[in-house]
Design a protein around this ligand. Structure first.
Ligand SMILES: NC(=O)C1=CN([C@@H]2O[C@H](COP(=O)(O)OP(=O)(O)OC[C@H]3O[C@@H](n4cnc5c(N)ncnc54)[C@H](O)[C@@H]3O)[C@@H](O)[C@H]2O)[C@H](O)CC1
Ligand SMILES: [K+]
Length: 509
């Protein structure tokens, strides 16, 4: 799913009106219906609702929502915020103003003294500003937003929290801090920047039927990975296949006390479709691996405690290195040797990333399309510091372009950047996955998918999605608190089948 900028959304709006064609007021009605449809699934008629409206189209939505909810027996009141008494609202605001039934209490406020001290309501629907915000909020609007934020009510924003820009980090000036945002058609970039979290809350995108042709034609550097994107990517295991078909994977890692990391990667790699896996570990890991992962073959290093040399690396469709590796001098030597020789698709994680960050010569040795999987601290070691999330995103994009690698920056909405400068935000995963070994599992999945023949871009997007989905399925059963990395592996088969089963059903029709 593409992420469009506020100006692109405005154009999509205008294009739909002209080409569907549909009257702008009818499109507003459709959007309001879509909002109400989702809202009423979450909140019953027992709740008292106050709808705070600006006088643009976001406010117009608010008025239509008020009318629709009232017709469904919700107890609704409307507050219109209009600093300049004489200024008319947008055309569609004014139409919906006239359509507002008399039974809905309507208050208009024009200056700060009229802002109620306390909102006596269960839910506030925030429809002051939407995607048309053009400058930070001040004056009367600021007063109202502060009052909304201080209220005890549950706050639901229409399209986007009032005061938040669609395409960037939070501006100065007050911004609504909603519990939930119900947004139209496409997610906004602002929803995916962690520091905006207080101004987004939970969010849901509802379809309002903007032109799919127009959206398909738009250039966008940012994408949000949806389950339908994933279904299109997933390959079928062909009937006449054998274990060689799915490729040979090599994992390198582990050190004394950290053999568990490479065990997790190995198990995840095999669960992600690799045909054959060879895991290279220091000698101390031999029995552990053979016992914990009987399906993988094990080769051992000359060193007992650390990786100090490489096995042969030819004939592998994918190599993953890093989990549990450590940053010993001898392991650095082995990594340097690997990078000098390697032509295979590769995944680089954990201490292998730290070693690259500490040794400037290594980054240029990475083959094009290598996947690196840093968490933010590791990425900072690689690419330097940033001031805010938007800067971090730019840095990630630039790093990928400059070094022709894919960066999988781990976190909520893990972002995958490609050498073309595109960024794909993941839509699965939960806070329970912030647990030891979760990253090792991801490295295994990515290596497995690469060995299976997926391109680096597809392996990264798909792997991150499946990792998150397995974590979500595990959390559904086990809860987030107790989730451990092994659970993610245990639920990987369910993640793959849940996506592929739907896909094949679609294919059969
Ligand atoms: N996405 C769609 O296709 C649809 C969106 N709808 C809704 O329309 C809003 C966007 O409406 P718009 O009229 O363009 O802007 P706003 O309502 O967000 O703002 C109104 C108006 O306010 C002025 N303004 C901007 N910033 C400030 C400020 N800081 N202080 C004071 N005034 C400000 C500016 O002139 C704006 O134009 C979208 O979010 C949806 O809710 C449609 O209903 C359906 C189709
Ligand atoms: K809003």
């Amino acid at each position: 799913m593409k992420i469009l900028s506020a100006p692109q959304i405005r154009q999509a709006d205008a294009y739909t009106i002209e080409h569907e064609p549909i009257a702008s007021i009818d499109l507003m009605e459709r959007a309001s219906n879509a909002f109400v449809d989702y809202f009423t699934r979450l909140f019953g008629t027992k709740n008292k609702i106050l709808i705070c409206c600006g006088t643009g189209n976001n406010g117009g939505d608010g008025l239509a929502i008020a009318r629709l909810l009232s017709s469904m027996n919700y107890e609704v009141a409307v507050l219109v915020v209009r600093p300049n008494k004489e200024a008319p609202g947008s055309a569609d605001f004014e139409i919906n103003y006239r359509l507002l039934p008399g039974i809905i209490p309507l208050t208009e406020i024009n200056d700060n003294t009229q802002v109620p001290e306390k909102f006596n309501t269960d839910i506030i629907i925030d429809a002051i500003f939407g995607s048309g915000l053009s400058r930070p909020v001040e004056g009367l609007y600021a007063f109202v937003i502060r009052a909304i934020n201080q209220s005890q009510a549950e706050v639901v924003s229409v399209d986007i929290a009032s005061g938040l820009f669609c395409d960037t980090i939070a501006a100065e000036g007050p911004i609504v801090t909603p519990h939930m945002t119900i947004s139209f058609q496409l997610p906004k970039l602002a929803f995916l920047l962690p520091e905006n979290d207080p101004f987004v809350g939970e969010w849901k995108v509802v379809d309002i039927g903007l032109s799919s042709d127009f959206i398909a034609d738009q250039k966008s550097k940012s994408h949000y990975v949806s389950s339908s994107d994933i279904k299109k990517m997933l390959r079928r295991r062909e009937k006449y296949s054998h274990k060689g078909t799915f490729g040979r994977a090599l994992l390198i890692g582990g050190s004394y006390g950290k053999i568990g990391a490479i065990v997790l990667s190995s198990r995840a790699c095999l669960r992600s479709g690799a045909g054959l896996l060879i895991t290279h570990v220091p000698q101390c890991g031999y029995e552990v691996l053979q016992t914990a992962v009987p399906e993988c073959m094990v080769t051992t290093d000359a060193s007992f405690e650390y990786i100090s040399e490489l096995p042969t690396i030819q004939n592998y469709q994918a190599i993953g290195i890093g989990p549990g590796l450590g940053v010993q001098e001898m392991s650095l030597k082995a990594l340097r040797e690997l990078l000098k020789d390697v032509k295979n698709p590769m995944v680089i994680d954990a201490d292998a990333i730290n070693l690259i960050a500490q040794n400037d010569d290594l980054i240029d040795l990475l083959p094009a399309n290598t996947i690196l999987t840093p968490h933010p601290k590791e990425f900072e070691r690689l690419a330097g510091p940033w001031e805010n999330d938007l800067e971090r995103l730019d840095l990630q994009r630039e790093f990928s372009k400059k070094h022709e690698v894919l960066i999988v920056l781990k976190g909520a909405h893990t972002s995958v950047s490609t050498p073309e400068g595109r960024v794909y935000f993941n839509s699965t995963g939960n806070p329970g996955m912030a647990t030891a070994g979760s990253g090792d599992v991801l490295t295994g999945i990515l290596t497995g998918l690469l060995s299976r023949g997926y391109s680096a871009r597809k392996a990264a997007i798909l792997g991150v999605y499946m990792h998150g989905l397995a974590g979500d399925l595990a959390a559904e059963k086990l809860g987030e608190e107790s989730l451990i990395a092994s659970d993610i592996i245990d639920y990987l088969p369910h993640a793959f089948t849940s996506v592929s089963a739907e896909k094949y059903l679609i294919k059969k029709k």
